[in-house]
Design a protein around this ligand. Structure first.
Ligand code: NAP
Length: 290
């Protein structure tokens, strides 16, 4: 059964001219172990994607590096032709090596190829939003993004990309990108226990730029905290639900892309993100990452 998008927790946000639900879906968990190869249960992966759209989610986050190529192909198989309301956000700037590492691929010719591959694997003529992935697997790394970002601006001018964003970026790189061309989102690691971007989130909110936390639930190491467990216990809710509800309350420009390979977890997360949190809950949760 379809749920109207506006009734999802958090309502909607606009990425440039694209309206998306603040509750989105991160597709990375659909690939095989450590985001390499196909999933053990391909039909289950397709079912999760169809469930996401059936629940009214209109924002899916992906990358051609997931698998590689696996999650994009699953998205295409499950959902193509796409509903007009559905917006797929992808990223370029990293590739995969045989050990499952994420080496950078930010030279102009690599970025051009990556955009073509994303168009091909997703079955699109224009990519709604492309994030330039910076840094490395350990996090952001300082340094100019100009050459790489300007390449994406050219591809946008050619009509292959509608909007741009950056990922795994320092505040200085965000500012550098914005001086070159408008961005609609920043996707960095952030959750209840990792609050390094608090200031950046507030600055972006003032500029109506979305902040999209990756690893909202802790990623490969699930969030664990006694304060989180205490609040969840008091509310009779799952800790993951509290973590998502807190993010939606943290700032109006935060968009959620929790990852899951389980339709049951997806449904639990959608309901959980709508959990009402009291001022007392928020004060207690606020202490976790500070
Ligand atoms: N540089 C970047 O831009 C970047 C980097 C990393 C990720 N991302 C994006 O961010 C998205 C989110 O990150 P993520 O998926 O790595 O991490 P995450 O959302 O923090 O956590 C995903 C993990 O939480 C588990 N989980 C989800 N719901 C649960 C529930 N209700 N109960 C218990 N466990 C639950 C999942 O396991 P199950 O599968 O068993 O549910 C999975 O192991 C990714 O999917 C990807 O699209 C972007």
């Amino acid at each position: 059964m379809s749920t109207p998008s506006a009734s999802l927790p958090g309502g909607t946000w606009t990425l440039g001219d694209l309206t998306v639900t603040r509750f989105g879906y991160g597709a990375m968990q659909l690939a095989g172990p450590w985001v390499m190869g196909p999933p053990a249960d391909p039909d289950g992966a397709l079912a999760v994607l169809r469930e996401a759209v059936g629940l009214g989610i209109t924002h899916i986050d992906t990358a051609d590096a997931y698998g590689p190529h696996i999650t994009n192909r699953l998205i295409r198989e499950a959902l193509h032709p796409y509903r007009d309301a559905l917006h797929i956000v992808t990223k370029v700037g990293a590739t995969r090596d045989q050990q499952g590492g994420w080496p950078p691929a930010r030279r102009p010719e690599q970025l051009r190829r990556a955009v073509r591959e994303n168009l091909d694997t997703l079955g699109l003529e224009t990519l709604d939003v492309v994030n330039l992935r910076l840094g490395d697997a350990q996090g952001p790394v300082t340094g100019s993004l100009a050459e790489a970002f300007e390449t994406l601006v050219e591809l946008r001018q050619q009509g292959l990309i509608r909007h741009l964003g950056v990922s795994n970026a320092t505040a200085e790189q965000v500012a550098e990108a914005r001086a070159i061309a408008p961005i609609v989102c920043v996707k960095n690691m952030y959750n209840l226990a990792h609050r390094q971007d608090d200031e950046l989130i507030d600055e972006l909110a003032e500029q109506h730029i979305a902040y999209v936390p990756f690893f909202p639930l802790g990623g490969f190491s699930p969030l664990q905290s006694s304060a989180l467990t205490a609040v969840a216990g008091r509310l009779g809710a799952a800790p993951m639900s509290v973590a998502l509800a807190w993010l939606l309350r943290r700032s109006p420009n935060i968009l959620l892309i929790p990852g899951t390979s389980s339709a049951a977890h997806l449904r639990e997360n959608v309901v959980g993100a709508g959990l009402p949190l009291s001022d007392e809950d928020l004060t207690e949760l606020d202490k976790i990452g500070r």
